[in-house]
Design a protein around this ligand. Structure first.
Ligand SMILES: NC(=O)c1ccc[n+]([C@@H]2O[C@H](COP(=O)([O-])OP(=O)(O)OC[C@H]3O[C@@H](n4cnc5c(N)ncnc54)[C@H](OP(=O)(O)O)[C@@H]3O)[C@@H](O)[C@H]2O)c1
Length: 308
């Protein structure tokens, strides 16, 4: 298979640009320049990636680059693409991508008109703003990239993913927002779930801050079980056993100790009932009884808030 030697320019010296630029450099490709809104970020990324050519001016992108990665925030991508397309340079043979999860390759239309090979290239990974890129780097390989583009763009995306030791997930453009919603479930909602757990742990063990150490074994075993089978096969616990009385007592305990978490617990329990039902774990009677608990708790909550 043909291996491309990338000569890249990175526009947007944030977490994603710094991390992917560094992986590209470590894989033997060349990061030729880094452009950002401020020199401070550009210099910091340049230092991390090992690229001394940094600037705030798109005109400083050398003509020899064959890859331009737009890693600005997604609301700047369209403007940056438009400004880039106005540059007095050739885009023939240049691959241009952006890293936004929400935008398709259409955001790069002005560059496509100038002859660039365009594609979206969204790293399906989390790059937290409070973490330095060096901390994110170990998680940046073997990841998937959500892509779309012209046929040539898709081929270039595959080569770029391979260069970064990653894989591609072809995302139909009309499902782009849906794809991004799935990514939110995978990372942001998981983080929220862990925050709810941390909140509950504070009531359980006041003064202790080691909730992840305590819950890690059950969390990692659950992930491993789902990974080796399926959510339906890995499900355990009171809902899967039709334990109506246990769930009723959980709701009472939550009411007493963490009433703010009842909507979260209820929403996930209702989906757990759907999962257990789909997996053939519950009789119709058990399903009705379990759902009934949450209907009652929702109507009590409604009454408390003055709703019918
Ligand atoms: N964070 C994640 O978990 C994650 C995951 C997957 C995909 N993404 C996507 O990746 C892209 C970058 O995200 P990020 O988290 O790396 O953002 P970030 O850390 O905020 O970095 C964005 C960088 O873009 C620069 N920038 C802003 N406007 C610019 C402009 N007009 N021209 C040039 N540079 C500009 C900023 O520069 P200055 O610092 O110089 O002002 C900043 O350093 C976004 O599209 C995001 O949706 C993010």
């Amino acid at each position: 298979m043909k291996k491309t030697k990338w000569r890249a320019a990175i526009i947007g010296a944030g977490k994603v640009g710094s991390t992917l630029g560094r992986v590209l450099a470590e894989q033997g490709h060349s990061v030729e320049c880094i452009i950002s809104r401020t020199m401070k970020s550009a210099r910091a990324a340049g230092k991390f990636i090992g690229c001394p050519a940094v600037s705030t001016d798109l005109a400083d992108i050398p003509s020899r680059v064959n890859l331009i990665m737009l890693t600005t925030p997604h609301n700047a991508v369209i403007d940056v693409a438009r400004n880039l397309a106005r540059q007095n340079r050739s885009f023939r043979g240049v691959a241009v991508c952006h890293a936004s999860g929400m935008l398709t390759a259409d955001a790069l239309e002005p560059l496509k008109r100038r002859g660039a090979t365009v594609f979206s290239f969204h790293p399906l990974q989390t790059f937290p703003r409070n973490f330095p890129p060096a901390h994110i780097l170990p998680h940046a390989r073997n990841i998937f990239y959500g892509i779309d583009g012209t046929p040539a763009g898709i081929a270039a995306a595959r080569r770029l993913a391979r260069a970064l030791q990653g894989h591609v997930l072809l995302v139909p453009p009309d499902l782009r927002e849906f794809y991004h919603a799935a990514c939110v479930v995978a990372s942001n909602h998981l983080t929220t779930l862990l925050w709810v757990l941390e909140t509950m742990y504070r009531t359980l063990a006041p003064g202790r801050t080691d909730f992840m150490r305590v819950f890690s074994p059950i969390i990692t075993a659950t992930l491993a079980n789902v990974g080796s089978t399926s959510p339906g096969k890995a499900l355990t616990g009171p809902v899967a056993r039709g334990g109506v009385e246990t769930i009723a007592r959980h709701l009472d305990a939550l009411e007493r100790h963490a009433p703010a978490e009842i909507p979260f617990y209820s929403a996930l329990s209702l989906d757990t009932i759907r999962l257990a039902t789909a997996s053939g774990m519950l009789t119709q009677q058990q399903q009705n009884a379990l759902r009934g608990l949450f209907e009652r708790s929702a109507s009590t909550e409604g009454k408390l808030r003055g709703h019918p």
